[in-house]
Ligand binder design. Structure first.
Ligand SMILES: Nc1ncnc2c1ncn2[C@@H]1O[C@H](COP(=O)(O)OP(=O)(O)OP(=O)(O)O)[C@@H](O)[C@H]1O
Ligand code: SF4
Ligand SMILES: [Mg+2]
Length: 337
């Protein structure tokens, strides 16, 4: 696995674009409370790419949907998520809609479901541009073709007039990215955006996202099961467990000086990753906790080989070294890391 592309600079040297603190989301579900996000905290500086990794059900998607106001009415969101100083938690729907798309845009896994099958792709991009920018139809159409070119879709003028079913999965995902870029957002969230694509197309879309991030100085949150992908492209990483950030650092720092036993277990698969550049998260013995009956103390305790009685107290996520946060009473020692 290559982490050369990830820079070694600390996570935050400038004022963060996004600062998430103690974010909590719970759902009412069949008479129970599901604690999907439990005090999530992390920061993202402008123009950087942050990967959020963790097992299925660790709250990666719910955590970003809370930023976008895209949760069902059964959800209660508390805590804070400030984008450029604007508090997103508790924002009225109308204002949230204005931010969504304009300041933060999102690309999901399944472009086939996100695109309107009865509308030409160019018209869908044009609409997205006009929803946020004061351009007349002709100027917006011209911008839409430019965006198709920016996302490296071959023959953009011709593709503009096509319907989604005439495009391949990779092309449709490029169209989704063009729609997301329509309002020139400062933050693009890609939630498993390349998961349904074959490995070659996945790499092309990731290269495109990296190129756009650099050229447009846009921050990107990359949500992925794929540690290899996160390590190759993102500059910063947040590792989530049971709805919390348990370790957060620049990618190279995290991979070279892992501190949290959970991250250590995830990285146990590095030899596999070297053989197989796109291996998924490894299987760690035991089950993640039941989110409607969270254990006291550290949520990783029932599965952790280093657990002691002290772990019955929940460890805080602290910045123990500059730019490196972890939540553990007994961090992995350098010699055994
Ligand atoms: N509408 C809902 N009602 C009740 N529980 C929900 C709802 N949406 C999500 N959850 C629960 O919240 C938890 C976190 O879900 P989330 O989708 O964020 O996980 P994830 O980390 O994105 O997983 P994956 O990698 O599988 O996408 C899960 O246990 C899920 O079942
Ligand atoms: S706090 Fe304790 S249980 Fe939790 S990860 Fe650290 S050593 Fe393991
Ligand atoms: Mg998800």
């Amino acid at each position: 696995m290559s982490i050369e592309r990830a820079t070694r600079t600390p996570v935050v040297e400038t004022t963060p674009l996004l600062e998430v603190s103690d974010l909590r989301v719970r759902f009412r579900h069949r008479g129970r409370q599901v604690h999907a996000v439990n005090g999530l905290s992390y920061r993202l500086a402008p123009g950087r790419m942050l990967a959020i990794v963790g097992e299925s059900g660790s709250g990666k998607s719910v955590g970003v949907r809370a930023l976008l106001g895209l949760l069902p009415p059964t959800a209660t969101v508390t805590g804070s998520a400030r984008l450029d100083g604007v508090e997103l938690v508790g924002l009225p729907d109308k204002e949230m809609r204005r931010h969504r798309g304009a300041d933060i845009a999102v690309v999901f896994q399944d472009p086939a479901r996100s695109l309107n099958p009865t509308m030409r792709v160019g018209d869908q991009i044009t609409e997205a541009i006009r929803a946020h920018r004061d351009l007349d139809r002709a100027a917006a159409r011209e911008r839409a073709v430019e965006l198709l070119r920016l996302v490296r879709l071959a023959a953009p003028e011709q593709r503009f007039h096509e319907y989604p079913h005439q495009l391949s999965g990779g092309m449709r995902q490029r169209v989704m990215i063009a729609i997301a870029l329509g309002a020139e957002p400062r933050l693009l969230i890609a939630d498993e955006a390349t998961t349904s694509l074959d490995v070659t197309t996945q790499a092309q879309i990731m290269d495109l996202l990296l190129d756009l991030q650099r050229r447009l100085n846009m921050a990107v949150i990359l949500i992925s099961h794929d540690l290899g992908l996160a390590a190759s492209y993102a500059q910063d990483v947040v590792v989530m467990y049971a709805g919390r950030a348990v370790e957060h650092a620049a990618t190279a720092e995290l991979f070279e000086h892992v501190r949290m036993p959970y991250t250590r277990a995830l990285l146990g698969a590095i030899p596999t990753l070297e053989r197989e550049a796109h291996a998924l998260l490894p299987v760690i013995p035991g089950q993640p906790p039941d989110l409607s009956a969270l254990p006291e103390g550290c949520p990783f305790r029932p599965r952790c080989p280093s657990a002691t009685e002290r772990c019955a107290q929940e460890p805080p996520l602290d910045e123990h070294e500059p730019g490196h946060w972890w939540a553990c009473w007994h961090p992995v020692e350098e010699a055994s890391a």
